[in-house]
Design a protein around this ligand. Structure first.
Ligand SMILES: [Mn+2]
Length: 316
């Protein structure tokens, strides 16, 4: 069977379906795109009738807008397309399988597509391999930010590998592992382990740098640890908030590239409330608000528009 798979370009949950498709189908052509561009990709394959070259068109990990549903429903593409996704939508169609949560279980696009293939191709031995199940589950947990809660470090490693590896090289390397090896457990190559070690060291060095440069300030009425930093926002915030929880109410991060402030804390200060007073919002322990003249006044003299411009310039 000849398949056109269109998937999300940005992460492992978008990449994994291409490996699953190559395990099951004889011929697979791939298009990787973004949620913003998927409508025009669909329009193009309808306009050019390109979909007629295939037995099936499969879309994964890309939420479809109303316009995309309409385009497909008004074309014969609707008879041979399948859509597997886990992003909120009010649209429904017989060809579109969208699942978000089932009790405590959060779906990802790769896991929904995997479940479908397992159910449809019951005799496929590769699909049943434990190493593949482990891989899909790690991708699913990380895609839902549940890898810490479920103590699954593999998803983060796979993401570091994804960011640092050429896409088609990675697809073939992973595919080869599932097809040709009979591993009970998913294993990384030496090359991939090295990438993960390097990423971990980079993160630890950066956390140490932010710790060393943390400024204690009075912010509104709070004792705050102020970090001017642009990388690993969640890791920096969580690390410092935990380390200084007895001394500081929360950590305030000025990300001058995104021009926004982030708050991370583990005390009983409600950060959503603090942020909403400054034009932002969020959750109790993680929130943010925009960087503007009003909010920049609160970080004077440690961080001003002039300092921000200087930092931006020094990075280019
Ligand atoms: Mn996803």
């Amino acid at each position: 069977m000849k398949i056109l798979l269109i998937s999300h370009e940005a992460d492992m949950d978008g990449l994994a379906p291409s490996i699953l498709a190559k395990i099951v189908y004889e011929e697979v052509d791939l298009i990787f795109t973004s949620p913003d561009d998927i409508t025009s990709v669909i329009k193009e394959i309808i306009d050019t009738k390109k979909y007629k070259d295939y037995d099936k068109v499969i879309i994964t990990d890309l939420g479809l807008k109303d316009e995309a549903y309409d385009l497909i429903n008004n074309s014969t593409l609707k008879n041979m397309i399948m859509h597997f996704d886990h992003h909120e939508t009010k649209n429904t169609a017989p060809w579109s399988i969208v699942k978000i949560k089932d009790g405590e279980y959060s779906y990802s696009a790769a896991s929904i597509f995997y479940d479908y293939l397992l159910e449809t191709y019951k005799d496929n031995k590769i699909l049943k391999k434990n190493s593949l199940k482990e891989f899909i589950d790690a991708v699913r947990l990380y895609d839902n930010f549940e890898h810490v809660k479920f103590n699954n470090p593999l998803g983060l490693k796979l993401t570091n590998i994804f960011v640092n590896t050429e896409r088609y090289y990675l697809i073939n390397s992973l595919l080869d592992r599932f097809v040709n090896k009979d591993d009970k457990h998913f294993t990384l190559t030496k090359e991939e382990e090295d990438i993960c070690d390097r990423c971990e060291k980079e993160l630890n060095d950066y956390l140490e740098y932010c710790d060393k440069n943390l400024i204690r300030i009075k912010f509104l009425d709070y004792n705050v640890g102020f970090s001017i930093s642009t990388k690993y926002r969640s890791s920096v915030g969580n690390y410092l908030a935990n380390k200084y929880k007895d001394e500081l109410d929360f950590i305030l991060i000025a990300d001058y590239n995104r021009e926004s402030f982030s708050l991370r804390g583990v005390t009983n200060v409600n950060l959503a409330e603090v942020s909403s007073r400054l034009g932002g919002g969020g959750h109790e322990h993680a929130a943010g608000f925009p960087m503007n003249d009003d909010t920049l006044r609160l970080t004077k003299p440690y961080f001003t528009r002039e300092i921000m411009e200087k930092l931006k310039k020094s990075e280019n």
